[in-house]
Design a protein around this ligand. Structure first.
Ligand SMILES: [Zn+2]
Length: 269
């Protein structure tokens, strides 16, 4: 069933026909290949981005919004995970060029409404630069949907910090069918700012170390995570639950269908 929604699972003649019939948008999942604690595989962000995109495309199909899902871009901005075995990365400047080439490829075929479905927080700064640079140089507007942002109200109900391989992400991975070993789940660097300070690294009380940080702040870069979180978890993975992840999915999916409907000129819900 999902083959019909996945660009790389279609023949070129099927894609040609789909384009002739009209495609409202193409979703491009961006993940990562990086450590996700001792309890989840390296492909967790990629799986989350792809599975969310497929659910969005399937929901859209039921509602008359036609979407295709492009191949998942797996190796991305993960330099700060390289101290853990197996993590892979593109340098940030390579990543920006990859984003550019992927977008250009889709535009070549007339797929002009493009929404990036991003599963990896470390991609956010570069993706933000990439889509602004794309508008600057081509006049085309691309949108990025980060699950942490589009489901921010549900994520905000979780009272442990939302950073990496922790309660929210592990819950979402459970809901989307990832292999999760909850017995191996850990709690680590629960307060990232405190962990940075304890590691003797430059620290400021105004640093925004958590996505949910409110109030006066300065932006700080990532940390080489193993310096502050030996297990690779930043937050508390031990409290993960499938039901929590299902609430995130149920918030994200209809909202992204709505985003596409609005971008293509349909009525706002
Ligand atoms: Zn992740």
């Amino acid at each position: 069933m999902t083959d019909a929604l996945q660009l790389e699972r279609m023949t070129w003649t099927e894609v040609d026909r789909a384009l002739a019939d009209g495609v409202d948008a193409v979703l491009v999942p961006f993940g990562s290949v990086e450590q996700h604690g001792p309890h989840m595989p390296l492909d967790t962000d990629s799986l989350i981005a792809r599975e969310l995109a497929l659910r969005v495309a399937a929901r859209g199909a039921q509602e008359g919004v036609r979407m295709l899902v492009a191949p998942t871009i797996g190796v991305t901005v993960s330099w700060y995970h390289m101290q853990y075995a197996g993590s892979m990365r593109l340098t940030t400047d390579t990543f920006l060029r990859v984003v550019r080439d992927v977008l250009d490829s889709l535009v070549t075929h007339g797929l002009e409404t493009i929404v990036i479905v991003n599963g990896h927080g470390g991609n956010v700064p570069a993706l933000t630069v990439a889509i602004n640079h794309y508008l600057e140089t081509t006049g085309r507007r691309i949108v990025v949907a980060n699950w942490l942002d589009l489901a921010s109200d549900v994520v905000g109900e979780i009272d442990t910090p939302g950073l990496h391989a922790e309660e929210a992400e592990t819950s979402l991975a459970l809901a989307l069918g990832q292999r999760v070993d909850l017995e191996a789940a850990t709690r680590d660097a629960f307060d990232r700012g405190a962990a940075v300070r304890a590691a003797g690294l430059p620290w400021t009380s105004f640093g925004r170390y958590d996505a949910s940080h409110r109030g006066p702040s300065v932006t700080v870069p990532m940390d080489m995570l193993r310096d502050i979180a030996p297990s690779g978890v930043v937050g508390d993975a031990t409290r993960a639950a499938r039901a929590t992840g299902e609430r995130i999915v149920e918030a994200f999916v209809p909202r992204l269908v709505q985003v596409v409907r609005e971008l293509t000129g349909g009525a706002a819900a």
